[in-house]
Design a binder for this molecule. Structure first.
Ligand SMILES: [Zn+2]
Length: 510
């Protein structure tokens, strides 16, 4: 017979009667030290904090997140370390900035020396069972670099209705090779060759298109704009949430779960009840185009923004289902539940999406909510924080060692020491740079207190530009203070330029 924990507790309560030790009834000694808490990180790709009603956005995009916030710590000035999946995800996974992990372009891996320093490896200290899943091929390539340190690596197709990743059927023991082959056959990302592209098209693509059309037809009632999709992966977020709620109680404990779901990444294929919900009411004021405008008209940006907001409401509802289940099942009593993103999304200044050289708030400010085990009240933190802080904070909270390579610090409310409100946070966009070279054509942002200094370096026509914003007083970044607040600008400029010189030094020859 297998004794459950409850049986053990019952027999322990009877023990004083049997031994005659009546005094111990008042305060029975604990049977064993409490098990280490679980850690569940839920990441929604391209989730901009600037679009969440929780953070003050005028459209009611996140009512469920607001309920979760009632028993969580809400970080109001939390920043991704980059503005698209590679730098943003790699920084979260390693606690290092992009200038260290060097995952600077789409699909570019982290440095081989950095990859073993990942979240999963760090959670081995206390024998955590480590699980991961993503819908996103770009994130998958990074997670694959951590595969040695993951116990349960759920395959991308397990939670997809359709995927085009047929290459991993041939190379199922080597995701790296499978992804590389997939890209080669698809002829994308600069790897295009006519024979392989033609082969891909005739062998696979036509069949995939037919299956996609059939699926979209089947689900038309629920998803009138087509099913959610990330590149060739077609899925419903419902499947992922259903799988998590069914599996969470049975994960080996303690566990570390990192789940990187694709929505609200484009295309913004929301569920029927959210379609058109923001057609009336508030519309944002237009902003002037930036030097790096992509030429999108104000009208198309407004339309895309409405669709993104509607998709965000779907993400919010599905996260709400997960949260509700965990709360009712009592799973939050022994779990850190973390909600965050890898970067934001942009609908202004002629720029759409997140492939941009700019680092405006919508594309780099992301949500961070953490419910600590048994937390019952809401806490609000307004000090700037970074994605590189998440890993060291969770390690500290679970009694594990913070590795020396971590560039992050303990998040406010996680440590006993007072937090420096003027500590500097960095965001880096460096797609144009080689992995093993100094960052010479790049954008750097430094957030310090209320200020954010942005430095554009080495771009033809925009070589050595600075923009300074007071993001507390002017969160829309409408007034560049660089030439009017000269003293502040000079101090911040000195600090940021010194930092960039410091991180570039190992890559400068001579
Ligand atoms: Zn992403």
């Amino acid at each position: 017979m297998k004794l459950t924990r409850r049986d053990l507790l019952k027999s322990a309560a009877l023990l004083p009667f049997l031994t005659g030790d009546w005094r111990s009834l008042a305060a029975p000694p604990p049977l064993q030290a409490a098990a280490a808490p679980n850690v569940l990180i839920v990441l929604f790709d391209s989730f901009s904090a600037c679009h969440a009603s929780l953070y003050g956005y005028p459209r009611q995009t996140t009512p469920h997140l607001a309920r979760f916030a009632e028993r969580a710590t809400v970080y109001h000035a939390h920043y991704a370390a980059g503005n698209f999946t590679n730098p943003g995800t790699a920084s979260l996974l390693t606690g290092t900035y992009p200038w260290t992990h060097r995952s600077l372009q789409l699909f570019s891996p982290m440095l081989k020396a950095v990859a073993p320093h990942n979240l999963f490896a760090a959670f081995a200290e206390k024998s955590y069972h480590r699980l991961t899943y993503t819908h996103n091929l770009v994130a998958l390539a990074l997670l694959y670099q951590c595969i040695e340190d993951v116990d349960t690596f759920k395959k991308i197709r397990d939670l997809c209705l359709l995927d085009a990743q047929w290459a991993d059927k041939l190379f199922f023991n080597d995701y790296d090779l499978a992804i590389w082959r997939e890209r080669l056959f698809r002829g994308g990302e600069g790897l295009s060759t006519l024979p392989t592209s033609l082969f891909y098209f005739f062998a696979n693509h036509a069949g995939w298109e037919r299956k996609k059309a059939r699926l979209n037809h089947i689900y038309r009632e629920q998803f009138p704009r087509d099913l959610p999709r990330h590149h060739d992966q077609i899925f419903r977020l419902e499947e992922a949430v259903d799988w998590l709620t069914a599996s969470l109680p049975d994960f080996p404990q303690p566990y570390l779960g990192y789940f990187h779901f694709s929505p609200p990444h484009d295309p913004y294929n929301t569920r029927r009840e959210f379609v058109g919900m923001f057609d009336a009411g508030w519309t944002p004021a237009p902003k002037p185009p930036h030097f790096f405008t992509l030429g999108h008209s104000e009208e198309s940006l407004q339309q895309l923004r409405r669709e993104y907001d509607e998709y965000l409401a779907y993400v919010d509802a599905e996260f709400g289902r997960l949260y509700e289940f965990m709360a009712q099942a009592g799973l939050l009593d022994n779990t850190y539940l973390v909600l965050t993103s890898d970067h934001g999304e942009m609908f202004e200044r002629g720029i759409w999406m997140h492939l941009t050289q700019t680092l405006y708030e919508p594309v780099v400010r992301i949500p961070l909510l953490i419910a600590k085990p048994g937390q019952r009240i809401r806490e609000d933190v307004r000090t700037p924080t970074s994605a590189v802080d998440v890993m060291p904070s969770l390690l500290h909270a679970t009694g594990q060692t913070i590795p020396t390579w971590c560039e992050g610090r303990l998040l406010p409310t996680f440590g006993d020491e007072p937090v420096d409100p003027d500590r500097s946070i960095f965001v880096v966009e460096a797609k144009a740079n080689a992995k093993s070279a100094a960052l010479t054509q790049a954008t750097f942002a430094m957030v310090k207190g209320a200020y954010k200094l942005v430095h554009y370096r080495g771009y033809p026509g925009y070589e050595n530009e600075f923009e300074l914003y007071d993001v507390q007083q002017d969160p829309e970044e409408l007034e560049n203070l660089y030439t009017t607040q000269k003293d502040v600008a000079a101090d911040l400029r000195h600090e940021l330029v010194s930092k960039v010189d410091e991180v570039n030094r190992p890559y400068v020859r001579g």
